[in-house]
Structures are given as structure tokens and as C-alpha cells.
Write a protein that binds this ligand. Sequence first.
Ligand code: TYD
Length: 133
Amino acid sequence: VPLVEWFLFHHVDSPEGSLVVAQSEVDVPFAIKRVYFLHSIPPTQVRGKHAHKALTQIAVAVKGSCSFHLDDGHDQADVKLDSPSRGIILHPNIWREMYDFTPDCVLLILASAHFDEADYIRDYEAFKHAARR
Ligand code: TYD
């Protein structure tokens, strides 16, 4: 899978304003089981610092902006999310760190599974070791 895969939300823009939509299993390539968002993140805070074993997610900054550092164990990339209709797909086994949150940033996440702490890889060395296989 590509390290960086953008996800362009369907959007309906008009003089009356903009509407952004994602339909589970129609444009989103998985069944959405969970939705959550981050907000009021201190600008110097780094979040994430984990990978997932099976979870797939889509992240989009619906307000403000933030950056993602992505690492598949071999390659690394940094991307900025600064559009409410352009997100990224976070595949399993991608280490992610989120940083440079603007004070107004609202980071929306669509997730393919319910919350499960056992799906997290929170130790970077363990992640690197698993990525080697
Ligand atoms: P975490 O996923 O580590 O946050 P981030 O990657 O944004 O830094 O989750 C932070 C805390 O919130 C952790 O204690 C687990 C809890 N949490 C839930 O209870 N449910 C959820 O759906 C998520 C994503 C986190």
C-alpha cells in the first residue's frame, strides 16, 4: 500500500456554502464503525505515536490544519492536512504522529473498527521489528 494516499471527499459547493460527505462503503473503502475528532490540541503537542495492526482510518482537518508524520518502517513522509475536503487514508501498520495543530484545528477520523487498545502498536521499536517481517 502507498505510504501517502489522499482521500478526496465528495463536496457540493455553492454560493450557499459547502457540504462535504462520505458514504460508508460507497466512497469510503470500508464500513465506518467509529467516528471521532480531536480538537483544542496545544500547538506544541505531538499526538498519535502509534500504528494499528488492522485498523484503517481516514483523517481530515475539517477546520484549521495539522501535519502527519507517516512511517511504514521503510519510508517516511510528512503531509499537511489543510483542507476540509482532502483527507488521508491511514492503512494498517503505518506509524503516525500528528503535530503542528493550529489552535482552531478539528481533526475528524473515520475508522473501520470499534476502539480496541489491543490493536495498537505503541512501541516504535516493536513497530520497526514487525515491519521488517
Ligand atoms: P489515542 O488513540 O492514543 O490518541 P491520539 O492517537 O490522538 O494521540 O487515544 C488517546 C486516548 O483516548 C487513549 O487513552 C484511548 C482513548 N480513546 C478511546 O477511548 N476511544 C477511541 O476511540 C480513541 C481513538 C481513543
